[in-house]
Write a protein that binds this ligand. Structure first.
Ligand code: NDP
Length: 246
């Protein structure tokens, strides 16, 4: 993966699951990674592991629902490494429930983290990428961004939105710059995401899903593939799910 080496990659949601696996894989491939999330202790631990293995990594505490935090994250990466080659907008939550449970607060949270968080990430890095006429924004959506199932209406809506935003970004930037946009749509992956579910009905429904889930390293591999692609080609979307997932 020669095109990953020395790239500066900022990742949100890097304190666990897909973000953590991706940060580690990219660092192994020689990228300089900036890991962002709210749990700073976790980030420091993961950065310690990467550095001990000979990689280059920095932690940065940021809440994606805060445009100020995202701006500071980008400024930190620019000051420390001089540029941002790739932003992976990966942070997300999935407190799914049926609409009639009226968990309005959780709808708001999903919209804030999964949609606005992605937009704030784009806003934070786009100016410096446009200045350099180069960059890559990778947004993590979901198989649930292609289809709706009972209890997934709001989560799916946020992930449909992530796909729409990524496609819009791709079209706009392909007309005027060399900035690439990629959407990664994972299926059931073994991470801490289910911990964000509070609906007992959904928890019971989803209990068996763990058995078919794939490890987050599979998704990390897909993200690395998109980053490694030579600059004259953009990977627009990768859908990757367990073989056993319908
Ligand atoms: P995890 O719960 O393991 O990781 C989620 C990450 O998001 C954590 O690092 C968490 O860090 C971070 N995060 C959550 N809220 C915020 C916030 N407000 N600000 C900053 N960071 C935040 O789940 P996954 O690794 O599975 O999730 C990663 C992405 O993959 C999500 O977008 C999810 O929707 C998507 N996805 C996952 C699938 C799966 O089956 N696991 C399937 C399809 C898509 P912290 O709490 O420290 O802030």
């Amino acid at each position: 993966m020669e095109n990953i080496e020395s790239k500066v990659v900022v990742l949100t949601g890097a304190s666990s699951g897909i973000g953590k696996a991706t940060a580690k894989l990219l660092a192994q491939q020689g990228a300089k990674v900036v890991l962002a999330a709210r749990r700073e202790d976790r980030l420091k631990e993961i950065v310690g592991e990467i550095v001990q293995a000979g990689g280059e990594a920095s932690p940065f505490k940021a809440d994606v629902v805060s445009p100020e935090d995202m701006k500071k994250l980008a400024e930190f990466a620019l000051t420390k490494y001089g540029r941002i080659d790739v932003l992976v907008n990966n942070a997300g939550i999935m407190p799914v429930s049926r609409l009639n449970e009226l968990r309005v607060h959780e709808w708001d949270q999903m919209i804030d983290v999964n949609i606005k968080g992605v937009l704030y990430g784009i806003a934070a890095v786009l100016p410096s990428m446009r200045e350099r006429q180069s960059g890559h924004i990778i947004n993590v959506a979901s198989v649930a961004g292609h289809t709706v199932s009972p209890a997934s209406a709001v989560y799916s809506a946020t992930k449909f939105a992530v796909r729409a935003i990524t496609e819009g970004l791709r079209q706009e930037e392909s007309a005027s710059s060399r900035i690439r946009a990629t959407v990664i749509s994972p299926g059931i992956t073994e991470t801490e995401l289910m911990n964000t579910v509070t609906s007992p009905e959904v928890q019971a429904m989803a209990a068996h899903l763990k058995d078919m889930s794939i490890p987050p390293e599979r998704i990390a591999g897909a993200i690395a593939y998109a980053i490694d692609m030579p600059e004259d080609a953009g990977v627009n979307e990768i859908v990757i799910r367990p073989t056993l997932q319908s």
